[in-house]
Design a binder for this molecule. Structure first.
Ligand SMILES: Cc1cc2nc3c(=O)[nH]c(=O)nc-3n(C[C@H](O)[C@H](O)[C@H](O)COP(=O)(O)OP(=O)(O)OC[C@H]3O[C@@H](n4cnc5c(N)ncnc54)[C@H](O)[C@@H]3O)c2cc1C
Length: 211
């Protein structure tokens, strides 16, 4: 578990108040527990389970109906704990708006001439980044099933170090949040400063953050 009230593979926060607080206290980073331990709940605790990330590759279909486009959760549904679904949906809507404007400016219609297939190809590229982010996180557990990219183990190892660094390093924490909020590309996490700190101080940071 990292610093969120979430869990994987049965390691879930209980829905009774005492159990929830105990779970928060067991997290490696104490901030969440400190923030809620004396707070008064405004509602009962609710639990939500999510079975899997799911991505549909409509861009690989040989034939695709004109006048139809697929975006949002219908195209790609992410584990909600990473908070990517609405942002990715909004990016898809913006791409659709841009594509329709471009088509209109060129005097064409969205119902003919491969518009829909072209759009599915373009939106697939938009989804690549958030998909990489969420699946890299989920594949850090050996119990996660699915097709792992050859780079999955290496990326998982690197992002585990980045996570630990975010507990104490402001620059890395900000960059990490920018990447997770899709305002900059994941390659921003390979900034020379972050690579250096992640490779040289990852384990020390881990111990320091637990004190
Ligand atoms: C517990 C939870 C927490 C989340 N937290 C976050 C978060 O913090 N940040 C974030 O970015 N994302 C989060 N998400 C994901 C986000 O909610 C979704 O990615 C987003 O709502 C997808 O938008 P959408 O329009 O594609 O689909 P939806 O929001 O599911 O909208 C689809 C709509 O279509 C309607 N519909 C379905 N079938 C039919 C039909 N046959 N006829 C007519 N209408 C129909 C449905 O009723 C629904 O209103 C979370 C999701 C969950 C489940």
């Amino acid at each position: 578990m990292d610093g969120n009230p979430v869990g994987w593979f049965g390691d879930h926060p209980p829905t009774d108040e005492r159990g929830f607080l105990d779970f928060a206290a067991s997290l490696p980073v104490p901030d969440l527990y400190r923030a809620i331990k004396d707070a008064e709940p405004v509602s009962p605790i609710a639990s939500h389970r999510f079975p899997s990330n799911r991505r549909r590759h409509y861009e690989r279909m040989r034939r695709f109906p004109e006048g139809l486009v697929v975006l949002g959760d219908a195209l790609c549904s992410f584990n909600p704990i990473y908070g990517q679904g609405m942002t990715t949906g909004a990016l898809g809507v913006r791409l659709l708006d841009d594509s329709l404007r471009e088509r209109r400016q060129n005097g064409g219609s969205a119902r003919v001439g491969g518009f829909s297939r072209g759009f599915q190809r373009k939106i697939a590229r938009v989804i690549d980044s958030p998909w990489l982010l969420t699946t890299t996180e989920d594949f850090r557990s050996p119990r996660t099933v699915g097709r792992r990219a050859w780079s999955s183990a290496l990326l998982g190892w690197y992002t585990a170090r980045i996570h630990r660094l975010t507990w104490s390093d402001r620059f890395t924490a900000r960059r990490f949040l920018e990447v997770m909020h899709l305002t900059v590309r994941p390659t921003a996490l390979f900034h020379p400063y972050i690579v250096f700190r992640a490779l040289t101080q990852g384990s020390h940071v881990d111990q320091a953050a637990r004190k």
